[in-house]
Design a protein around this ligand. Sequence first.
Ligand code: SAM
Length: 222
Amino acid sequence: MLPGTRRLYARRVEPVLVKDYLGLLADAPGGASRVLDVGCGPGDLLAALARRWPEVRFDGVDADPGQVRLARARHGGAARFRHARGRRMPFDDGVFDLALATESLHHWRRPVRTLEEVHRVLRPGGRLVALEGRGDETWADVRRRLGTPFPLVPFMPLVYRRRGYGEEAIEQHVRPCFAGSPFGGCTVAPCGRWWRIEALRGTAPVPPRGPRDAPGPLEGRS
Ligand SMILES: C[S@@+](CC[C@H](N)C(=O)[O-])C[C@H]1O[C@@H](n2cnc3c(N)ncnc32)[C@H](O)[C@@H]1O
């Protein structure tokens, strides 16, 4: 992120997003005892989930050490936040019941490898739920939704390469990445301006490594 924008984003954008996320994840953690957020950013989602489900243990990882510092400062009591990329996480096999990734998937530079790692840390029967924007909003829509004046909006097209996935990107890239990962596939459901992408970690033995990650719309900067 641009210098100085993390806190502003956390204060002004994150609360709007988390309101959406909580609606879309109303069934989470659904009996889970450990939940992971991959690309947790400033940690607001886990903090909100921890308020609802105090008995659940929450962990967040983020590739950006600045986000991890911010998450710890804002919500250190709610979850354990660690600096790690999704493709190599400091957790034992099979420890999580549920993994979340909100507006994170599209940043993953090696999506198949990262899915493989998420699959590893989930228990058999555990699931990954990813939320991604559908990319059909204009920047004017974004400005309206966030409220004005919001000083970051004019810079957003420069900061963010994408606002989400169109149908074509879902079919041509998201589904093949999941199909080429140990998850073996995913379900994708439109929910308002979001996609809810869900994959189940089966109970069968993990197949050998899938095809190499192909560059495409999933590819990001981290
Ligand atoms: C658009 S922000 C979303 C943050 C938060 N999940 C939310 O919904 O507001 C994307 C976050 O994913 C993190 N990220 C990107 N690639 C990652 C990766 N490979 N592993 C872990 N975190 C990653 C970024 O550092 C950033 O904090």
